[in-house]
Design a protein around this ligand. Structure first.
Ligand code: MN
Length: 207
């Protein structure tokens, strides 16, 4: 039996980047719906007592159990990485996420170049899905577009024969931004950097 996560901030605290209205539907309706669906689907199955990660790694993909578990895992990582908006200088980002910032600088040359690739991969993902920053076992970072409910945990196992550690994700399903930005997905994605909690990303990388 899984429960809806409690947000680490008030619904209105991400405004104006994400409105309280969007959070109320996205967290309170969409994510709640995935939790309710999964709890019904796993009843009496081999997945009933597994962790979310175990279900994501082992359920038939595509399939309803994978789809709902994937969406729950993805949304939990998504919602837990945000904080109230602020202008963060590169010095502040480096202080909050020293290891991550160093890897980004080594691989992309600058945080701006990294953000540009991440946003472009989010903006150009066709239809619904997620853009992810993940770490390989050797610490190198990779940006991946995932359709639907897919995520790097499962993709690492199925396609890379490796463990990919999810560090950062932007949700590009229309329900994530349509109330606030309508069709302007790129504008929504570029605003998300202002609410990113780099300390959370650093702890995912080092965990
Ligand atoms: Mn979503």
């Amino acid at each position: 039996m899984f429960n809806l996560i409690v947000l680490p901030y008030a619904q209105e605290s991400l405004e104006p980047v994400i409105s309280a209205n969007t959070i109320s539907f996205h967290h309170g309706k969409h994510l709640q719906g995935y939790v309710d669906n999964l709890n019904k689907l796993i009843q009496g199955t081999e997945f009933e007592n597994k962790s979310m990660e175990e279900i994501v790694l082992s359920a038939p993909n595509p399939g309803p159990i994978f789809n709902n578990a994937g969406q729950i895992l993805n949304h939990n990582l998504y919602f837990e990485q945000f904080q109230a908006p602020s202008t963060q200088t590169y010095e502040q980002i480096k202080a909050a996420a020293p290891t991550l910032a160093k890897h980004i600088e080594t691989q992309w040359g600058s945080i701006e170049a990294f953000k540009k690739e991440f946003e472009t991969k989010g903006a150009t993902l066709f239809g619904s899905g997620w853009v992810w920053l993940s770490a390989k076992e050797d610490g190198t970072l990779i940006i991946i577009q995932e359709p639907g409910a897919n995520n790097p945990l499962r993709t690492g196992k199925d396609q890379f024969n490796a463990t990919l550690k999810p560090v950062l994700t932007f949700d590009v399903w229309e329900h994530a931004y349509y109330l606030d930005y309508q069709n302007r997905r790129p504008a929504h994605l570029s605003a998300l950097w202002n609410i990113l909690n780099w300390k959370v990303l650093e702890s995912r990388l080092n965990n």
